[in-house]
Design a protein around this ligand. Structure first.
Ligand code: PLP
Length: 391
């Protein structure tokens, strides 16, 4: 019997415990000085002017669209190969998500399809750094500038990505990050936006705090002064406890990315040439957030079940968003509207990947996957337990 392999395990340890303990001993546990420390350190790491700490990547995307003036009647072009948070952000601000199909080799949004989807109502393009790769930001920036559109990147997977000589957050007007439990940088839940424009940064800092003129930290220690509300905002800031968990991880990001890369290379070496398992082509240097393979659509769900019986954690990232019921009903889509994304989403399986995954566990997963594929092709499942995955 093979050993079980978990889908994901975080790297939080004594450094984060010490950092949180220090914060709990201080005055601020909400939006205070540690959020500022994190914003400055993360901005320096990304090489951008400003970072705004927020409650999640989902809210970061909403605030980016709001702060860039996108709302009812506007169209936002994005990829169907993403988590629902990406198109949902457009809906949350009253805009309409318009999908553009992917490059079937990488799973990334195809700039030619983006340009073909532009209408007089288009106001923004939202790219996604799927699995840790940077989409073609140079081409997307050129298209955005030619049509006077905003470019936003959903970098939930791709903090450390580079491609074509540029890094995540270099070219978009706003780049959204997730610090959700399974992300490369995590505090359970949290997010941030990286921006270049100081006015946009100031607007985001107001929007994350109900649109009022002062936050708790800047009210502290002064004689009471009335604050005002200037616009309708949200309760959506990162807090000092979350920032305290994030700060000690920053110096380790690249080492951990390199560890994930070595594991991915081992997966690819062991899977190369497998007649029923396809690999996704990567653009540039990936952040290696997720490792996915492609199997024939006819057996994908049986293979997932087979991996579960062998106690191998697995997930699906993602079934194409336009094939989900809400979007089918709302936008009237059929899978064939974006055939590459629909097919990609029907074939994809995400396998375990995290910095402390034992290299030998890669062989365990590959052995189980090979068995599950053969069993699915032969149409005869074996008995056993189940393993959980996550999104
Ligand atoms: C591509 C993508 N976008 C957005 C999100 C939403 O992130 P959060 O959970 O921080 O809101 C996720 C999270 O899984 C994601 O994978």
């Amino acid at each position: 019997m093979r050993r079980p392999v978990e889908f994901f395990r975080h790297c939080l340890g004594p450094a984060e415990v010490e950092s949180v303990t220090k914060t709990l001993g201080s005055i601020f546990i909400t939006l205070g000085p540690r959020v500022g420390d994190f914003e400055a350190a993360f901005a320096a790491l990304l090489g951008v002017e400003h970072v705004v700490g927020l409650a999640s990547c989902s809210m970061s995307l909403v605030l980016a669209l709001r702060a860039l003036g996108i709302g009812p009647g506007d169209e936002v072009i994005t990829t169907p190969m993403t988590f629902v948070a990406t198109p949902n952000a457009a809906l949350q601000v009253g805009a309409r998500p318009v999908f553009a199909d992917i490059d079937p080799r990488s799973g990334l949004i195809d700039p030619e399809q983006v340009e073909a989807a532009i209408t007089p109502r288009t106001r923004a393009i939202v790219a996604v750094g799927l699995y840790g790769q940077l989409a073609d930001h140079r081409a997307l920036r050129t298209i955005a500038d030619r049509h006077r559109l905003r470019l936003i990147d959903d970098a939930a997977h791709s903090i450390e990505a580079t491609a074509d000589g540029i890094r995540t957050a270099a070219l978009p007007d706003a780049t959204a990050f997730s610090f959700y439990a399974t992300k490369n940088l995590t505090c359970g839940d949290g997010g941030a936006l990286a921006v270049h424009d100081p006015e946009l940064c100031a607007r985001l800092k107001s929007l994350r705090n109900h649109g009022i003129t002062k936050d708790a930290a800047s009210r502290y220690g002064q004689a009471y002064r009335h604050w005002d509300m200037l616009e309708l905002g949200y309760k959506a800031a990162l807090n000092d406890i979350q920032a305290a968990i994030l700060l000690p991880q920053l110096p380790h990001l690249e080492v951990r990315r390199a560890r994930r890369q070595a594991l991915v290379e081992r997966y690819e070496q062991e899977l190369k040439g497998h007649e029923h398992i396809g690999l996704v082509t990567r653009r540039g240097t990936s952040a290696h957030h997720l490792f996915t393979v492609q199997v024939p659509a006819t057996i994908r769900d049986d293979v997932l079940a087979g991996l579960g019986r062998r106690q191998i954690g697995c997930a699906v990232n993602y079934r194409a968003v336009h094939t989900l019921r809400y979007f089918r009903d709302l936008l009237g889509h059929v899978p064939e509207d974006f055939p590459h994304a629909a097919g990609f989403g029907d074939r994809t399986i995400t396998l375990p990947l995290f910095p402390d995954l034992a290299p030998d566990d890669v062989s365990v997963v590959v052995g189980a996957l090979d068995e599950a594929v053969r069993e699915a092709l032969a149409g005869r499942p074996a008995a056993g337990g189940a393993a959980g995955g996550t999104r």
